[in-house]
Design a protein around this ligand. Structure first.
Ligand SMILES: [Zn+2]
Length: 236
């Protein structure tokens, strides 16, 4: 049995510029290879991920890094431009996220797990939970038309795999190379190495994908859990 994304539109909604690379880029690459349209919405600017030697106008640098990474995947890139460590699930931000979803019109949204480590990740998760419903609501005030139906939502693995019970695994052995190349575009973050508040990113990504792969008998995997909620579940 093989999952096939042909005909789908897959949107990853993440908090920070390198989160898609860590948690779902291999799956996005598989989706694209199957013939799906893929997009990445990054809600925060990445303005506080400073290495030891601070980078002037870090948000602009990270915007460029995101564009280069998304281009490798032929993915549409959407930016939420919220401040790092300041993402909240409030009404204005729900309007922003609904408009991002209505711009892409996905059939599947990949989003942070509700219990992931960073407050921005948890806020992004809560925002997706709410807006995956309202994006298809005729009653929601927006300049963009509603989707015909809410997209399916899959929660992504947590960074470091803590307290995440996988629902299923996606084999990304054949798309690890592009996942790594995408992460390597984030030079400002790779400079951070083993900073006290950070981890060497490439090592983290390889170890996590390898461990998830070990759990399901392949070289590398990403794992997800479907959001089992009314109208956000699809049959595959
Ligand atoms: Zn993040």
């Amino acid at each position: 049995m093989r999952l096939n994304f042909n005909g789908e539109t897959v949107l990853a909604i993440v908090a920070h510029p390198d989160d898609a690379e860590l948690l779902c880029a291999g799956t996005l690459a598989r989706a694209r290879n199957d013939g799906a349209r893929v997009a990445i919405a990054v809600l925060c600017q990445g303005d506080k991920g400073q290495p030891a030697e601070a980078i002037a106008d870090l948000a602009a640098v990270r915007r460029q890094e995101m564009r280069a990474a998304a281009a490798l995947l032929d993915a549409q890139l959407l930016l939420g431009e919220q401040p790092d460590s300041g993402l909240v699930d409030d009404l204005p931000t729900r309007h922003l996220v609904v408009d991002l979803i209505r711009t892409v019109r996905p059939t599947l949204v990949l989003a942070h797990a509700p219990n992931d480590y960073h407050a921005d990740h948890r806020a992004a998760s809560s925002l997706v939970e709410a807006t995956s419903w309202t994006c298809a609501s005729n009653g929601w005030d927006s300049r963009l038309p509603p989707l015909d139906a809410p997209p399916a939502v899959w929660w992504m693995d947590t960074v470091g795999m803590h307290e995440f019970e996988p629902g299923f695994y996606v084999d990304v052995s054949d798309t690890m190379a592009i996942k790594e190349r995408m992460l390597q575009e984030h030079g400002s973050q790779l400079q951070r190495g083993g900073d006290g508040d950070f981890a060497p990113l490439l090592d983290l990504m390889r170890q996590q994908a390898g461990t998830r792969g070990m759990q399901c008998g392949v070289a590398a995997a990403e794992c997800f859990r479907p959001h089992l909620s009314f109208k956000r579940v699809s049959a595959w």
